[in-house]
Structures are given as C-alpha cells and as structure tokens.
Design a protein around this ligand. Structure first.
Ligand code: HEC
Length: 174
C-alpha cells in the first residue's frame, strides 16, 4: 500500500515535470557551454579582414547532425569565437606563412541556439524562428552588444535556418 502510494507520487511528479518542461530561453540567457572546445568545427579560421577579425565556429552534436535540406534540429547550439586579427606596426593586417590572418586576443564569444518555444519574447518582426542569441567577453562576463542587432543581421537568412555560411559549411561537409 505504502509502496503504491509512493509510486503514484513519483508518477505525479514526473507528469508535473513534463508539463512544465525545460525553461524557454530568450536573448542573453543562453550560457557558453563549458565543453564547446571539444565540439566539431562548423567552420575554422573564418577570415574577416573587413572587421579585422578571425573567427572560429563550433557546433554541438545536434548541429553536426543537420543537413542542407533539413536545417538544424531543436537543441542546436553554435559558439563563435571572435579574435582580433594581429596588426603590423604600420596598421596593416599581418598574415602567416599560409597567407591567412593571424589570431590575436579573443574579443567576444557569441552563442546562438534554438529549441522549442525559445525566443518568443522578442517582437514578431525580429523573430528568427526559435533561435536566441547571447554575447560574452573573453573573461566570461556578458558582452555589451545590443542583441537585437544580432537578430537584424541574421534575419535575412531565414531560408538557411538563419545561419550565415550555411552553404559553405554543407559544401565542405560533402
Ligand atoms: C552585421 C551582421 C551580423 C551581426 C550584427 C551579427 N552577426 Fe552573427 N554572423 C554574421 C556572419 C556573416 C556570420 C558568419 C561568420 C562570419 O562571416 O564572420 C555570423 C555567424 C554567427 C555565428 C556562427 C553560426 C552562424 O550562424 O554562422 C554565431 C553563433 C553568431 N553569428 C552569433 C551572433 C550574435 C550573438 C550576434 C550579436 C551579438 C551576432 N551574431 C551579430 C553576421 C552578423
């Protein structure tokens, strides 16, 4: 009797847990996953001489299971490290033996992730499906960036699941 009672209590707790579900995140609430450096690269050493930066983009296993035809599943997270590009004394950008820009200090860690019900706190006109955005400084503190600017610049990519360089990534994956 007692055992049955306890079991039904446990059942009720499970049902309550399911009904509530995981917390739906909004911009600024997605943390930098502690283990992201062990994830596969989405793209490596992205050259951005225009921004005087070099970027490393990591994707979690859910993102790695995405395809050009289906996009990325719920649970996808991307982490992008934005490094300053090393400058020569004359101010021009330095290049290494491989002709590529040289990474200097880490300026920002950008995170974007999608899941069911996420990102519903923003105005309809700036919704990027159920993606949310966050920005961090190299020391882990929140970055000062206005996160609506992230949305505005990723928004035109709706046909590519709001992910820039979607085609470049899937072309490399083949
Ligand atoms: C002016 C346009 C622009 C703005 C603003 C912008 N992004 Fe992006 N984002 C890009 C481009 C372009 C890429 C592809 C990599 C590259 O070329 O640097 C990218 C790539 C990313 C990626 C890697 C996954 C992907 O979609 O390719 C993340 C994560 C990301 N941005 C997050 C953010 C966050 C967070 C913000 C705001 C703090 C932000 N972005 C603001 C243009 C933008």
């Amino acid at each position: 009797m007692v055992r049955n009672f306890l079991l039904s209590l446990a059942g009720a707790a499970l049902v309550a847990g399911c009904a509530t579900g995981p917390k739906a995140l909004n911009d600024g609430e997605l943390a930098v996953p502690a283990d992201y450096k062990s994830w596969p690269k989405f793209l490596s050493a992205v050259q951005r001489p225009d921004a005087k930066q070099v970027r490393e983009i990591y994707m979690n296993p859910t993102a790695a299971a995405g395809s050009a035809s289906t996009g990325f599943g719920n649970g996808t997270v991307f982490v992008m490290e934005n490094y300053a590009a090393k400058a020569n004394p004359d101010g021009s950008l330095a290049t290494g033996a491989d002709g590529k820009l040289v990474k200097a200090e880490l300026l920002r860690v950008f995170v974007m992730g999608k899941n069911a019900g996420w990102g519903q706190g923003v105005a309809e006109s700036l919704r990027n499906g159920n993606w949310v955005y966050a920005s961090y400084l190299a020391n882990g503190q929140k970055g000062p960036d206005d996160l609506s600017t992230c949305r505005a610049c990723h928004l035109p990519l709706a046909a590519k699941d709001f992910v820039h360089r979607y085609d470049e990534h899937f072309a490399q994956k083949k």
